[in-house]
Design a protein around this ligand. Sequence first.
Ligand code: NAD
Ligand code: DAU
Length: 376
Amino acid sequence: MNILITGGAGFIGSHVVRLFVNKYPQYKIINVDKLTYAGNLANLRDIESAPNYKFVRADICDFDTIYSLFQTEQIDGVIHLAAESHVDRSIKDPFTFARTNVMGTLSVLQAAKLYWESLPEGFEGKRFYHISTDEVYGALELTNPEGVKPPFTTKASSGEHHLAYGTDFFYETTKYNPHSPYSASKASSDHFVRAFHDTYGMPTIVTNCSNNYGPYQFPEKLIPLFINNIRHRKPLPVYGKGENVRDWLYVEDHARAIDLIFHQGKVAETYNIGGFNEWKNIDIVRVLILTVDRLLSRAEGEDLDLITYVTDRAGHDMRYAIDSTKLQRELGWEPSLQFEQGIEKTVRWYLDNQEWLDNVTSGDYQLYYEKMYANR
Ligand code: NAD
Ligand code: DAU
């Protein structure tokens, strides 16, 4: 199989590319990425010379380039991750989100359709897998502000801290109700993907995943931003009262789910991905402070006074909570890590990879591609 992975130089994409390149030497993996501020080839240094891997710098909105890539690389499968992904940026610059997330997705869909339809076998054996988010479902209420044990017994939910902050969850059948320009653009792209199945018979799959955390996440997102700030004793800007709830999944568990669904998921289906792992932002922030302080041999809780409550995010969704029972039941996926283990691993990674963080916060990483290709 020749598989096109879009957005493979970003946070989740780099984990997916690494998993596929290492696990499937018989496949050719073509990573197409524009290398926006969020794309960083240093995320893939360990596999960049693998014989079954190729990187192509391109904008997914550039239909002609994407279509000719399908032809030259004879693409059989697509895992589409390229997107603008940060909610705060979407509030400031919604056009960029509509362009990449909506028009870019349409461009990859149309290129796949035209190329596959030109083959004798048509859509047979082909697959277009679109990676989406739980944010398209909108926001849930915080009906259990103190948290209750949910009625689930997954590995990840057996940890002591595991609580549900409401009685409702996002199901695959939950009606779309996006609130931010980011989630509106992702919702629109999901609709286009399903429309290509319903109209043209394209073999599509959509998954909606909860918040990911782990190595190589750009430090504008809560967890890496705050780890870096705690290390440098900079203020931690908690939006509103810090009561908002997010449902966290270790990024490698998401990549494993993507692998499973790409190979075994049913065409035209939607799968929710999440580990039943809800946390209030302020509780996460406290865990991060205690973990960084311990790993840097600082006095316990020494950095708690870095917490700074700031003006809330506009339209800030209160609670996300994914029900991933379908994926667990039908395909046997479950998260491998408890949150306490995942957070420890993640904090250690950022503390041990200060150079990576310094490069991305200074912008130096954007020279990496130019330097690498200037030498060829
Ligand atoms: P990211 O911002 O870290 O990476 C996005 C990648 O896409 C970057 O490498 C960037 O250079 C590339 N890209 C952006 N615009 C492009 C364009 N026009 N053409 C080609 N490449 C382009 O994002 P992420 O957090 O890794 O998210 C990946 C996907 O997963 C997104 O579709 C996102 O909506 C979805 N998702 C993310 C999360 C999460 O918690 N991060 C959760 C669920 C779903
Ligand atoms: O739910 C999946 C989504 O998770 C993905 O689709 C998005 O691509 C990804 O960015 C993420 O969105 P969030 O908005 O939930 O993630 P973020 O890390 O930006 O924020 C997490 C929570 O922390 C959110 O409630 C806002 C809050 N926050 C965030 C930042 C950056 C703060 O309180 N302070 C901050 O400085």
